[in-house]
Ligand binder design. Structure first.
Ligand SMILES: Cc1ncc(COP(=O)(O)O)c(C=O)c1O
Length: 368
């Protein structure tokens, strides 16, 4: 059968390989009680107030969602101190990354990203026939090479993707470094600050980007309800930016891209201070628990400000992944990020961390 050729820029895109769901691993390996520490989800579950709001919303599902997300916009603008026209919503912040390239990238245009970082930037650029330049993180510290990024800017550059805290390393940019950096970016380049893990950052020096947005710089900060609020399954994220960029993005956004259940849940989640605090505390004690466990094995994770860590296990990460899988623990391998002996491990509950550490200890004994 013949078919029309797909757009040429799509030929370089490999379909995304998501981590295996727990049920699939249990089915394939005949295991029970498998734990997933692979997708930076919140093991505390969804914010309970969000669950309550969804239950109450359920009998209104015959009605289309509010395409303008009026109530959610108002709730967030009050919380963040920005005007509603500075907010734009996506079906997950993933969708906002694609909206950015859909809005601003013509074939041959360029973006710059740090590396390793979130793979969606590459995907979204390729979708539009754009090119991406990667600037490696500094060796050893995994800090951002801002000079290196500035050196890559040319007349084709449209976007700079800066993920802080960065996935997969958990490292961040500081307020001071961001200040110097923003000033040096040409006005026609948009700085995309991906802050999916911002709410986990406890370092007071971690910036939120708001002062630049409020001063009118072309900056967009991407946030999500998937991580600390525990609503990954609902698919809702947002961007905070200058009104002009929000208006541009709204041209490519489908009117009902964020469903009504997600809007109701998000408003309630913003109110759920208990869940937020419990999630932060869980991460803080998990970080200590894993650091102590790693130290016993002679390992050390990269210092992070996120809900996951990046650790060099000093054996082939694919082999470690497979061996951990057989013991019922799913993690992410570092090879996909160009670090073949690292694992990215989402912080879990005390019990999950214990199981992971015990499994890792056995696996390293087997593989070393
Ligand atoms: C850095 C980063 N940005 C964005 C996302 C996408 O999140 P969402 O669930 O809001 O699409 C993720 C998800 O893992 C991420 O790690």
């Amino acid at each position: 059968m013949s078919k029309p050729e797909m757009r040429s820029c799509l030929q370089v895109i490999k379909p995304y390989q998501p981590g295996k769901p727990v049920e699939e691993v249990e089915r394939e390996l005949g295991l029970k009680g498998v734990i997933k520490m692979a997708s930076n989800e919140n093991p505390m579950g969804p914010a309970p107030l969000a669950v309550k709001a969804m239950r109450e919303k359920a009998d209104q599902m015959h009605i289309y969602p509010d395409g303008n997300a009026y109530y959610l916009k108002n709730a967030l603008s009050a919380k963040l101190g920005v005007s509603p026209d500075q907010l734009v919503f996506g079906n997950g912040s993933d969708e906002l990354i694609s909206f950015l390239t859909l809005t601003y990238i013509n074939p041959g245009d360029e973006a710059i990203m740090i590396s390793p970082s979130f793979s969606e930037y590459v995907f979204a650029m390729r979708l539009m026939g754009g090119e991406i330049r990667k600037v490696p993180l500094k060796e050893g510290s995994f800090k951002f090479d801002l000079e290196g990024i500035l050196n890559e800017i040319n007349e084709k550059t449209r976007l700079i993707f800066l993920c802080s805290p960065n996935n997969p390393t958990g490292t961040t940019i500081s307020k001071k470094d961001l200040a110097g950096f923003v000033e040096k970016i040409p006005p026609k380049v948009i700085l995309v600050l991906d802050q999916a893990y911002h709410e986990f950052a406890t370092d007071p020096e971690h910036p939120d980007g708001m002062e630049y947005i409020n001063e009118g710089y072309p900056v967009i900060s991407l946030r999500t309800f998937s991580k600390i609020y525990g609503l990954a399954g609902l698919r809702i994220g947002y961007g905070i930016t200058i009104p002009e960029i929000a208006a541009d993005i709204n041209r490519v956004r489908e009117p009902f891209n964020v469903n009504a259940m997600a809007q109701a849940a998000a408003i309630a989640a913003l109110e759920d201070k208990d869940h937020l605090e419990r999630s932060r505390q869980m991460v803080s004690s998990a970080r200590k628990q894993l650091a102590a466990g790693f130290a016993e094995m002679g390992l050390k994770a990269v210092p992070d400000q996120a809900n996951f860590c990046f650790v060099d296990v000093k054996v082939d990460s694919r082999m470690a992944f497979e061996a951990l899988l057989k013991k019922g623990v799913i993690v992410r391998t570092g090879d996909i990020f160009g670090f073949p002996t690292h694992l990215r491990v989402t912080y879990g509950t005390g019990e999950q961390n214990k199981r992971f550490l015990a499994a890792l200890k056995e696996v390293l004994q087997e593989l070393r």
